[in-house]
Design a protein around this ligand. Sequence first.
Ligand SMILES: NC(=O)c1ccc[n+]([C@@H]2O[C@H](COP(=O)([O-])OP(=O)(O)OC[C@H]3O[C@@H](n4cnc5c(N)ncnc54)[C@H](OP(=O)(O)O)[C@@H]3O)[C@@H](O)[C@H]2O)c1
Length: 323
Amino acid sequence: MKTRLLRDIEVSEVGMGCMAFSHGYGQIPPEEYSVEAIRNAYRNGCTFFDTAEIYSPNLSGIGHNERIVGKALKDVRRDVVLATKLFLDRLEVKKEGTVYKAVRRHLEDSMDRLQTDMVDLYYLHRANGGIRIEDVAEAMGLLIEDGLIRGWGLSQVDVDIIDRAQNVTPISAIQNIYSMVERDMEKAVIPYCMEHGIGVVPFSPIASGLLSGKITTETKFEANDDVRNWVPQLSKANIAGKQPIIDLLKKYAEMKNATSAQISLAWMLHKYPNVVPIPGSKNKERIVENLDASKVELTDEEFRSLEEALDGCRVYGHRGFHR
Ligand SMILES: NC(=O)c1ccc[n+]([C@@H]2O[C@H](COP(=O)([O-])OP(=O)(O)OC[C@H]3O[C@@H](n4cnc5c(N)ncnc54)[C@H](OP(=O)(O)O)[C@@H]3O)[C@@H](O)[C@H]2O)c1
């Protein structure tokens, strides 16, 4: 697969979000299936895998997902880029003595679970733990010097936070929500990242499945641990309101002999050179389908007319960031 740079970290231009093997989209598959699905993604060209310490069934417990990712990729560890994330709060920092010590403790636990001696990309999952972002940036800089991480990033942040952090330790990637129906990042975050050599890693790039065209107002989500029950953009009214966008994708999918999900990913790949989406799926075949978005090339003309049509569609309902 073609590759892109998240600052100086080279990754396949479509990565893989591994969360759903542990949390967020209902029933999780048996561990052996998940391990095999991740290995199959690697065999199909994916070299960028996203997890987080918090991804566990119902978010109760720590590390379920990191253990699966670690097990799946241990034999090819040097050929892949592992990204994980930590949550941090003030009490913990007080207990450990410094931000550096607190972050390092999280990192070492993640490294154990991931069966690795180094994490390529280490994100602060949310910048809301009551800790100055400059202090987190400084700690991440020290961990880079220690050789324990190659780069660091932030998730769900605005330009003010990014700029303050970037001035202390250059950031490798920003992971915010971004898709054809969640375009806030286009206003300031992506332009800032382009200007400062920062990669952009959109999460929920298929809008939690909506842009695949496989979700309708009749779709029933699962009762347990399924974020689609509360994601505002997937309420019945908002699904119906976004039908013109689903239809638009279908039209392009037919024209390009691709799937709607692939067109939605190809759109963002065409639009920005520093964007590396991480679609998530717990289905082995769909994971490969999404990776193959890298093979779908939109011409400049196709992109322009798609973008123009998209701009003309009203978006109903957002997932919730900054709203
Ligand atoms: N930083 C953060 O705060 C944050 C938040 C959320 C997620 N993330 C990361 O971002 C990754 C991706 O997020 P996400 O899982 O919400 O993304 P997503 O790919 O937009 O949504 C996943 C949903 O879409 C469905 N889907 C995916 N590809 C499909 C296809 N080709 N056809 C039909 N349905 C398809 C999946 O169903 P199936 O499983 O049935 O295929 C699943 O229900 C996560 O795995 C996680 O690593 C980060």
